[in-house]
Design a protein around this ligand. Structure first.
Ligand code: HEM
Length: 201
């Protein structure tokens, strides 16, 4: 790994930035600064970083198209895997620290708070994307099929925003911001596709 290679440096920088929230959480935990309800704090923290991760992953393609810097695509996989990692922490926090693996309690809670099902579906959909993220898997599936499968990320991001919007009780400003960002990111793709379609006719 050549450190003077700009792509390697970019990858290291993104790795450090993406790992920073976890390091921050660990420092807060060690210093007992997770507030009065640490489980709630960790749930909110990991949920927020999952959603931020999804938005950042979806930003890579438009950024590459705008700048023409093709190497940006090489950080997309890393961002996606970090997103999956934070989503897994979020899920484990709920199942383990919040519900103590009590299936009965989980069913009752999901019945009471249906937004959890939406988050759960989003998490389930993330699993095949994480599993097929390697180059070997791209080759095995063929680039076309891999691309179709990875379009699931759009559905996942929409479900993530719905999950958040649904759980917020009064102040919907934050989910509204995520919904706005997602509309821009998906709208960009729709417009590009339409333009390409009309050009090819
Ligand atoms: C892609 C998947 C997911 C995303 C993007 C996501 C995102 C979020 C966000 C942004 C929050 C709120 C954070 C805040 O208030 O600052 C949250 C809260 C929460 N999420 Fe998720 N989540 C996902 C999956 C899941 C899953 C799989 C579960 C459980 C099975 C889950 C259960 C919860 C719970 C219990 C809360 C806290 C609700 C409350 O405070 O009342 N989420 N999530």
């Amino acid at each position: 790994m050549a450190l003077n290679d700009p792509v390697t440096r970019l990858k290291i920088l993104v790795f450090l930035l993406a790992g920073f929230p976890l390091a921050w959480l660990v420092v807060l935990a060690i210093n007992s600064q997770l507030g009065a309800n640490p489980v709630e704090f960790i749930t909110h923290f990991t949920g927020t970083w999952t959603l931020v991760g999804l938005m950042l992953t979806l930003t890579v393609t438009p950024l590459r198209q705008l700048t023409g810097y093709a190497h940006l695509l090489r950080i997309r996989r890393m961002l996606g895997l970090f997103t999956f990692f934070y989503a897994s922490l979020h899920f484990i926090t709920y199942i383990w620290l919040d519900q103590f693996f009590d299936l009965h309690a989980i069913i009752k809670d999901v019945y009471k708070r249906p937004f959890i099902t939406v988050g759960f579906i989003a998490y389930l959909l993330l699993i095949p994307l994480a599993v097929t993220s390697s180059n070997a898997m791209i080759r095995r599936l063929s680039a076309k099929r891999w691309q179709s499968l990875h379009r699931l990320v759009y559905v996942i991001a929409i479900l993530g925003v719905i999950h958040y919007w649904w759980l917020v009780k009064k102040d919907i400003r934050q989910p509204l911001i995520y919904a706005g960002i997602l509309t821009i990111l998906l709208g960009w793709r729709v417009i590009r596709r339409q333009r390409a379609f009309y050009k090819s006719r």
